[in-house]
Design a protein around this ligand. Sequence first.
Ligand SMILES: [Zn+2]
Length: 113
Amino acid sequence: MHEMSLAESVVEILQEEARRQAFARVRAVWLEVGGLSHCDPEALAFCFDVVTRGTLAEGARLELLRPPGQGWCLAYSQAVEVARRGDPCPLCGSYQIQVTGGDEMRIKELEVD
Ligand SMILES: [Zn+2]
């Protein structure tokens, strides 16, 4: 399950950050998952709850942010937002779009003790 491995990577990053920044507890996590990456918020919340049990992030609040995907319209040489892979260009309706980003995962902000 994709959300499970996503949640596990988040916990790994949190443990790494805790060592580097010397904090003991994570209260809240703002997680950014690019809009082109499949991610079910409810499934992710459930998985996060499961994998954080017994870790420094047990009981932490997870805030999921979904920035839209980014693309480049080849017809007009302009950066555009891409809601879904395979969608036409929101500016000109052509399918000449190069997807340049939108399936990354990163932790944007942390609230820690
Ligand atoms: Zn276009």
